[in-house]
Design a protein around this ligand. Structure first.
Ligand SMILES: [Fe+2]
Ligand SMILES: [Fe+2]
Length: 156
């Protein structure tokens, strides 16, 4: 198991820690100059986004969705994950030319930043009211283990 798994973190602490990693990778990707330099960094962001979305959907949004008041926010968040997936499909497709790649990469960075802000400022606040404290604690552990396993199985 990877070193950054801290089973004492509740689900929201664990998620926000990974959001910080995504923000740093977005900054790095944005600052890199030129297509070649960006293509070096992009796979790190893509892996992080995919590991996070899979584990976040299973261990936050599925439990939240069990409650009527959690349906809308979960649908909204998962739709945004799907939009990011579609952008990553363009970026991962070797036939995508430079201009389209760079435009899509900028769009993805913008989308990620928007999504993280919306989760932290809105969705997580609602979700905290929906899930009881004990469950928040257990989901934190499940999320971290799944994120680490995803990275192990899909990383280089
Ligand atoms: Fe998300
Ligand atoms: Fe998230």
């Amino acid at each position: 198991m990877s070193d950054d798994v801290n089973l004492k973190q509740d689900i929201f602490t664990a998620l926000i820690n990974k959001h910080e990693i995504q923000r740093n990778l977005c900054d790095k990707l944005e600052a890199a100059e030129g297509w070649a330099a960006k293509k070096e960094i992009y796979p790190d962001l893509a892996l992080e986004l995919q590991a996070h979305a899979a584990a976040e959907e299973r261990h936050l949004y599925v439990p939240v969705m069990q409650h009527d008041e959690g349906l809308d926010l979960s649908r909204h968040a998962i739709t945004e994950h799907h939009e990011m997936d579609e952008m990553m499909e363009v970026l991962d497709d070797g036939r995508t030319g430079e201009e389209r790649w760079l435009k899509t990469c900028g769009d993805l960075i913008h989308k990620v930043r928007h999504h993280l802000k919306e989760e932290e400022n809105e969705f997580f606040k609602e979700a905290r009211k929906i899930l009881d404290a004990d469950l928040q604690q257990r989901l934190g552990a499940l999320y971290q283990v799944e994120h680490a396993e995803f990275e192990q199985n899909h990383g280089e």
